[in-house]
Design a protein around this ligand. Structure first.
Ligand code: SF4
Ligand code: SF4
Length: 234
């Protein structure tokens, strides 16, 4: 069994539905360039719960969202352990992270969407979310950055840009259904800044005002539920 297969088996056995390896050395901050390859894992959220948040998040959805984040952190930590046992350097990026010491708010030290796009798992939708053909936007992601060499580690962004044109196409459902007006309606292509797609501050302010009673960090999720690629037809 190859080392890649071993890592994928570990992730899958722990609950990952998606797994990809990519080269991200062209997209990380200077302090992370020594870890140019990325392992991305994705966990499919409950379609039943996503179907129930058309009118805003529910307590059960919020708890599910947080629990899946914890599961992802466990998977990526396990992968770091495996990489280190092989003598490589590796760092797990938390599933949900917002740090204040880097430019821009509402960002972690490395965006999981970058690893997912470079790894060919999907494209960035008009809603600023990573959209997969299998589960639409109903997926949470985690990343492991590493210096382990993988022959699969390439950048597939250009292929994913074609999917954005083909699949978001004439659809504006997420923009039309966003209660805060945060979604600008633009079409993603590699290099387009997130803020040109979604105003993160407008989205966050709306969620805090409207759904603060559900819990700190509660997410609206309507732009997930309406996407035609989500499996929300229950
Ligand atoms: S989470 Fe809600 S408010 Fe934020 S962009 Fe999506 S639909 Fe709009
Ligand atoms: S709702 Fe439509 S435009 Fe928005 S991300 Fe999904 S496919 Fe793209």
């Amino acid at each position: 069994m190859s080392f890649t297969d071993r890592l994928q088996n570990i992730a899958t056995d722990m609950g990952a539905d998606l797994f990809a390896i990519s080269y991200v050395g062209n997209a990380v901050d200077p302090d992370l360039v020594s870890l140019p390859n990325c392992i991305t894992v994705g966990v499919h959220l409950s379609d039943f719960l996503i179907s129930g948040i058309m009118d805003g998040p529910t307590y059960t959805y919020f708890q599910h969202y947080r629990t899946v984040n914890t599961l992802i952190d466990q998977i990526t930590t396990r992968l770091v352990i495996e990489l280190q046992r092989k003598g490589y350097m590796a760092c797990a990026i938390p599933a949900s992270q917002s740090v204040k010491d880097r430019p821009g708010d509402y960002r972690g030290v490395f965006p999981h969407k970058t690893g997912a796009v470079h790894g060919g798992l999907g494209w960035i939708g008009r809603n600023g979310l990573l959209i997969t053909e299998q589960y639409g936007p109903s997926v949470r992601f985690g990343s492991v950055l590493t210096n382990a060499p993988f022959e699969e580690a390439v950048d597939r962004s250009d292929e994913m840009a074609k999917l954005a044109v083909k699949n978001c196409g004439d659809c504006f459902l997420c923009k039309e259904n966003c209660p805060s007006g945060a979604i600008q309606g633009g079409l993603w292509q590699p290099g387009v800044p997130r803020d040109e797609l979604v105003n993160a501050d407008t989205c966050s302010t709306h969620m805090t005002k409207a759904y603060g009673h559900i819990g700190r960090g509660s997410v609206c999720g309507r732009c997930i539920a309406v996407c035609p690629f989500a499996n929300t037809k229950v």
